[in-house]
Design a protein around this ligand. Structure first.
Ligand SMILES: [Zn+2]
Length: 125
């Protein structure tokens, strides 16, 4: 009897060991996914993003994986719009955009703050 379980904390390995998260077949056309259909978009020590794309019909999913140090996997699956390429997605994941209106709101609110009481009123409602 072989023991094939590898103790790896790499998100991609945990994902492959979690069939309830990672589907084996395309739910649109029934095509069998191969390992090469899984593409890594972003990977950090405890979280990663993957794209799973069907070669047959173009149906794609994005997986966001969180793996805390104890190796417990939490994953979320999103339908993916094929119009966006993985390359573009990589670009998006690097940019941290802040809504300009939010910044202005915060700035004008802070201008009204004279005392610590005012500050607390603003941030601890
Ligand atoms: Zn398909």
């Amino acid at each position: 009897m072989k023991n094939k379980i590898k103790h790896s904390n790499l998100p991609i390995d945990l994902l492959k060991q979690t069939p309830e998260v990672l589907p084996k077949y395309c739910d649109r056309c029934g095509n069998h996914y191969s390992e090469t259909d899984l593409e890594q978009i972003k990977s950090e020590s405890t979280k990663a993003s993957f794209r799973l794309g069907c070669k047959s019909c173009g149906n794609s999913y994005i997986f966001h994986i969180n793996t805390p140090m104890n190796g417990i996997l939490s994953a979320r699956r999103f339908p993916f719009k094929p119009a966006i390429t993985t390359k573009e997605l990589k670009k998006f994941s690097k940019s941290t955009t802040i809504d300009t209106d939010e910044v202005i709101d915060l700035y004008s609110s802070l201008k009204k703050v004279d005392t610590i009481e005012d500050f607390n009123k603003l941030f601890h409602k």
